[in-house]
Design a protein around this ligand. Structure first.
Ligand code: FES
Ligand code: FE
Length: 411
């Protein structure tokens, strides 16, 4: 496949969204090679806790062993390949395969098999165990895995996107977020890249989300207009953000980014001021990031999404409310806002998903073959960090995504 022909600076080919062959190539070159976000340490807070997660179509068990170590194990019995873990989450020191009863410690080692004489006795299969994601690394509690035994470190992969995760966790009076609100799963008959590209597309909200902006009397729509001082930034390595801080600073109101006031969350504001002193004012005004971390983690201020590709035209979007450790007043509101916008009857994600699915049908049409991603290219600039910055409604993030995509796929 000639990815340098399919991915051009200002246009990308429609087959990138529809071809099963390209999808298989993406699994090999992106999903099973690059760093992929898996889960958060707070989901397995106690020894023995486990949650079922994924890296693309791979079923991954994230567990915490008796000593507190975190493991990323593949959900596949070493005997004849059955699933060893059925529940979405739980607490157990071991996993027992339902087929022939082989049992594994929650750190992956095979610890027993029934009727051992058939193998010449006990302890004869020590080389077997659950498969393991070869590399795991944690940043601010966010657990990432990579199927590549070597390659760039997680710090290298995250690069300038790490600061956006920092911006999220510093909103907690204890400097940590928690993922404990439960997960919603939304299935979309669409290619995963339509979702990834849309996450920092500041061009669509005025149109796709007009209904929620009008009923909620939200100021969000104006952030994504031609007059907005917000910017879209390519953060490198395919990551991108809508940096809304210029608008929030202009507004100058603590928690204005969250559509609330300090009077409504007094304990939270007091805790932040006690912790940060005068620096708390900027933190409370600037709010949470809106960042897409390549290829599958999207932090949308109060909601956190992971993108799970299953086929060229099938993707599951997992979503949960961000919870700030030590901020119960905020957490209740964050949960409500999350459910109201991206829950089953939410007013935001359903509209995006409708666009993804219509888009998937559209890109299968044979002409004009290309999708245009040139918006704002003529008015970009490079900032003091060396990052490319465009206007609030520009496709700067998409172009950054595609540049990284082409690099990985051409390798
Ligand atoms: Fe798991 Fe046989 S497949 S014990
Ligand atoms: Fe949207």
């Amino acid at each position: 496949m000639r990815y340098d022909e399919l991915v051009q600076p200002q246009r990308v080919h429609g087959s990138l969204y529809t071809s099963p062959e390209i999808f298989a190539d993406e699994l090999a070159k992106i999903w099973y090679r690059s760093w992929v976000y898996v889960g958060h340490v707070s989901e397995i807070a106690a020894p023995g806790d486990y949650v079922r997660k994924s890296i693309g179509p791979q079923d991954v068990i994230m567990s915490r062993d008796a000593g507190g170590e975190v493991h990323l194990l593949l959900n596949r019995c070493a005997h004849r390949g059955n699933l060893v873990c059925e529940a979405d989450k739980g607490n157990s020191s071991s996993f027992r395969c339902p087929y022939h009863g082989w049992t594994y410690r929650n750190s992956g080692e095979l610890i027993g098999y029934p009727f051992p004489q058939g193998y010449g006795g006990r302890g004869k299969l020590d080389e077997l165990g659950l498969g393991r994601v070869p590399r795991m690394a944690v940043y601010q509690g966010f657990v990432f895995g990579s199927f590549a035994a070597d390659g760039p470190s997680l710090a290298q992969h995250l690069g300038d996107a790490a600061g956006e995760i920092d911006r999220l966790v510093r909103l907690s009076p204890e400097g940590e977020i928690e993922v404990k609100a439960g997960w919603l799963k939304h299935r979309a008959r669409a290619n995963w890249k339509l979702l990834a590209e849309n996450e920092t597309d500041g061009y669509h909200p005025q149109f796709v989300h007009a209904s929620i902006f009008s009923v909620a009397e939200s100021g969000i729509g104006a952030l994504y207009g031609e007059k907005s001082t917000a910017v879209t930034r390519a953060l490198g390595n395919g990551h991108s953000e809508n940096d809304l801080r210029p608008e929030f600073r202009r507004l100058g109101a603590p928690l204005g980014w969250f559509g609330t006031t300090e009077a409504k969350v007094p304990d939270y504001v007091a805790a932040m001021r006690a912790l940060h002193g005068p620096a708390a004012e900027d933190i409370l005004v600037e709010g949470a990031p809106h960042v897409m971390i390549f290829p599958n983690l999207f932090i949308a201020e109060i909601s956190m999404f992971t993108i799970q590709p299953l086929a060229a035209d099938l993707t599951v979007q997992h979503v949960t409310a961000v919870q700030l450790k030590g901020a119960p007043e905020m957490n209740r509101r964050m949960l409500q806002q999350c459910v109201g916008s991206v829950g089953p009857a939410g007013l935001l994600l359903a509209d995006d998903t409708e666009m993804y699915e219509r888009n998937q049908v559209g890109v299968a049409e044979l002409r004009p073959e290309w999708l245009d991603v040139r918006r704002g290219a003529h008015r970009e600039h490079v900032d003091e960090r060396g990052l490319t910055v465009g206007g609030a409604t520009d496709e700067t993030g998409m172009r950054g995504f595609w540049a990284h995509y082409k690099e990985l796929m051409s390798a």
